[in-house]
Design a protein around this ligand. Structure first.
Ligand code: COA
Ligand code: ZN
Length: 375
């Protein structure tokens, strides 16, 4: 499954990532991120939506001058003025979005289905006349009537769009529903299908992978899962699942994942959760004695992903859950030789202090000293 299938990753950290509450990147930061994402090996980089503000306009101009392997895409509404911005800056690709669900048609645009189709056709043709490569996104596709969505897809394809993107704008699809939707759209259209999944129910990664299984070609991600509300699928989760579970060889520079995470943590001033898959502080830290014992013998016992493949290190936490083997392992690493009898006594001391959750080397040495044990 997926091996041999064309798979593309679109990184939206610079565009939707900046829609995260509390986040605003400087142009210099965007340039650094774009260069590192390009080295990592994403296929598309969304540069931004020029109409948002003067600084975003300027950033899109500067980013467009970078020499990148990734395809550059600017974002904009289904309006001539947004298309004019992108064409004036000279970005090769433009992602045009328009809400197609009954909610969007009624409350955002106050148009009939027919009027919306006319508007969509006009802008896609206008963008193509300007020489742009176009991805058309049906915003809120997951809450759009299927027949209408197919009509929209066929219309944008006939009007010259190069890609059709399905946005699960409020993240309400399940992997099964996503699979059904993408299968249907792939069978109706010849142009490649993209998906843009939001994480409101924590299913953005699962839904994106499910879309790829159903034949979608490209998924949108953001470093650390940034984006509106609960964000997009995190780049690390999608790429590592593709590599490790689906055995896809995407030529991604996986060892850069910790660096990308740190960089975006620092630029966004948001810190990833400790238990975040792959990039979180705890992702490769084992705690319970039985786990540590098994991992010392064979890391795969409790690791689906090898930390070394990501330039990360394995850690063993010492606290009341620690067993003999885990403690011995730590003391040996510290260069402390200890008899089994003593080991039990030290362990008992540790277990008598449930409030102490971090036993680092210094605190273990202090404990040994207090027990009269030479270290
Ligand atoms: N296509 C065409 N027009 C759209 C549109 C779409 N997809 N979505 C909204 N609009 C129109 C609105 O109908 C409104 O039109 P009006 O001026 O004729 O009433 C206009 O865009 C929005 O106006 P306003 O709210 O005043 O915003 P603004 O002109 O100051 O621009 C934005 C601000 C819209 C560029 C920006 O800050 C924004 O919301 N960013 C993009 C968000 C986004 O990309 N969401 C989708 C993907 S996650
Ligand atoms: Zn979005």
């Amino acid at each position: 499954m997926l091996i041999g299938q064309k798979i593309e990753i679109l990184d939206s950290t610079l565009r939707e990532g900046e829609q995260t509450p509390g986040v605003s990147f400087s142009i210099d930061q965007k340039i650094v991120m774009a260069n590192r994402l390009d080295t990592f090996g994403v296929d598309f980089i969304e540069l931004g939506h020029p109409a948002v503000s003067p600084d975003v306009y300027e950033a899109v101009q500067s980013l467009n001058n970078l020499d990148l392997k990734a395809k550059k895409m600017a974002h904009g509404r289904a309006s001539k003025s947004d298309i004019n911005d992108v064409a004036a800056i000279g970005v090769e690709w433009m992602g045009i979005f328009f809400g197609t669900s009954p909610l969007s048609l009624k409350h955002k645009f106050n148009v009939t289905k027919k009027e919306a189709l006319q508007r969509i056709e006009t802008v896609v043709k206008y963008g193509k006349d300007k020489g742009l490569k176009l991805r058309f996104t049906a915003e809120d596709a997951s809450r759009t009537d299927l027949d209408y969505l197919i009509q929209v897809g066929q219309l944008v394809q006939q009007s010259g769009a190069d890609r059709f993107s399905l946005a699960d704008t409020v993240g309400c699809l399940t992997p099964t529903k996503m699979q059904k939707l993408v299968r249907q759209m792939v069978s109706e259209l010849d142009i490649p299908i993209h998906v843009h999944c939001h994480n409101d129910f924590g299913m953005a990664t699962a839904n994106s992978l499910s879309a790829l299984e159903a034949g979608a070609q490209c998924v949108d991600v953001a470093v650390n899962g940034l984006g509106e509300r609960c964000g997009l699928p995190p780049l690390a989760e999608v790429v590592i699942a593709l590599t490790n579970i689906y055995k896809v060889n995407g030529n991604w520079n996986l060892g850069m994942i910790p660096e990308l995470t740190k960089m975006v943590d620092s630029f966004s001033k948001l810190v990833s959760n400790a238990n975040q898959p792959i990039v979180g502080k705890n992702a490769f830290t084992h705690k319970a004695g039985l786990h540590v014992k098994a991992v010392v013998e064979e890391p795969k016992s409790y690791e689906a992903i090898s930390p070394e493949s990501l330039n990360r290190e394995r850690h063993f936490a010492i606290d009341k859950f620690t067993g003999k083997s885990a403690l011995k392992n730590r003391l040996v690493k510290m260069g402390v030789k200890i008899q089994n009898q003593r080991l039990k006594a030290i362990l008992l001391e540790i277990k008598m202090h449930p409030e102490k959750v971090i036993w680092d080397d210094d605190s273990l040495i202090s404990l040994l000293k207090s027990m009269g044990i030479k270290s």
